[in-house]
Design a binder for this molecule. Structure first.
Ligand code: ZN
Ligand code: ZN
Length: 386
């Protein structure tokens, strides 16, 4: 059961190293071994190894399991509540995160990217219909490039400094003039020396390599308003990818997915509910008390006497709360009437009695039209006989 790999040895840290030291050691190695930057043949293999070591040692619970049982998933080998990041969309897997960290803005020189502002990130969040009705706050864990803790996002090390790029004089752009068949053409390109930032970092921060941001697992509180619909999203400013060296961060866009409910079906702000009653209840009328969509909410559904199969009973203002409003949709109850089976002999006799009584009463009430109908039927027969 014990893992054969020594994660501490792989990252080159002491067994009692704190989280910051582990992260620093990992980033230092990762910058050297990432397949985007390393030419060594076994770089990918080694990168996977340090990645695995870091994924365990950076997670408090998995690290404790590893220390105690030699297995990050604990003595039973099950992962427990380890957060699955598969819900992040828009190309923001851990691989992409590392690619933009190591492959993109590299630091001091030879930078290839123009983009210094952080990108927007998106993730899906599933909530229940009850949570959508009441509104809720969810804590979401996700990975992003976050401002570097060690340099405060500046990218500058303790003894380093930032100077204006002499190649572009701080503009980040280089203008070249070319003679073409159409005449003189001026093209503007990103300065290759500073990668468009207009600044050169001397003595970059070792943790982030001068970028001012590092891959981090973070948590964010998402406030979800009551009445939200599936597909609507909440934008959290500045919680997307951090910008290079303190440039503006992107936003985190959380798209809400409201799960289907067992009892209620939502149509706009209305809720539909199927109420099953039997024929006797439909005939006589009854009142059912059902659980509403909000916590501890009881709703009285009054079934009128003579209620028909499929009849819709509207209970006002017991549907979903309307977004950003105190109004509510309606609860629409569709009645499903079933005919009782397995009646006792005694009960059948009673029903039969009732039937006979109703028939004789109906005959009394409808004597005249019935007589008319009879004569109509008999007339052709008479004619036939003659
Ligand atoms: Zn420049
Ligand atoms: Zn830094």
């Amino acid at each position: 059961m014990a893992a054969s790999k020594d994660y501490y040895e792989i990252l080159g840290v002491e067994r009692d190293a704190d989280a910051k030291t582990i992260k620093r050691a990992f980033l230092k190695l990762a910058r050297k071994l990432h397949p985007d930057v390393s030419n060594e043949p076994d770089a990918e293999e080694k990168f996977k190894e340090i990645n695995e070591a870091y994924s365990v040692l950076s997670d408090e619970k998995r690290r404790a399991n590893y220390d105690q049982f030699g297995n990050p998933d604990g003595p039973t080998g099950f992962g427990g509540d380890y957060v699955d990041m598969s819900d992040i969309f828009g190309g923001f897997g851990m691989d992409d995160l590392f690619s933009s960290f190591f492959g993109g803005m590299g630091g001091n020189s030879g930078a290839r990217s123009v983009r210094t502002r952080g990108r927007d990130m998106g993730l899906n969040l599933h909530i229940s219909l009850e949570e959508a009705a009441a509104g809720c706050t969810k804590t979401v864990a996700y990975d992003r490039l976050a401002p570097c803790d060690d340099c405060g996002g500046t990218g500058v090390g303790e003894s380093g400094k930032v100077t204006t790029c002499s190649h572009c004089h701080g503009t980040g752009r280089v203008v070249t003039v070319q003679q073409t068949i159409l005449g003189q053409m001026q093209t503007q390109t990103t300065c290759p020396e500073c990668g468009g930032t207009g600044k050169i970092v001397e003595g970059a921060c070792e943790t982030c390599g001068g970028q001012g941001r590092t891959p981090s697992r973070e948590t964010v509180q998402v406030q979800i308003p009551a009445g939200i619909h599936s597909g609507q999203s909440i934008r959290i400013k500045g919680r997307g990818e951090a910008g290079v060296r303190g440039e503006a961060a992107g936003d985190l866009v959380v798209t809400i997915n409201v799960s289907e409910h067992e009892q209620f079906q939502r149509q706009g702000d209305d809720l539909y509910y199927v109420l099953a009653i039997d024929a006797f209840e439909a005939m006589v009328g009854t009142t059912y008390t059902i659980d509403g969509i909000l916590a501890n909410e009881k709703v009285d559904v009054v079934v009128p006497a003579g209620c028909q199969y499929g009849q819709r009973l509207v209970v006002s203002r017991y549907g979903m709360p309307r977004l950003h409003s105190s109004a509510r949709g309606n609860l629409i109850v569709a009645v499903e009437v079933s005919i009782p089976t397995a009646l006792t002999d005694e009960q059948l006799t009673l029903v039969h009695k009732l039937m006979v009584q109703r028939t004789s009463q109906a005959e009394k009430e409808n004597q005249i039209p019935k007589a008319k109908a009879d004569t109509k039927k008999k007339r052709p027969r008479k004619g036939h006989h003659k």
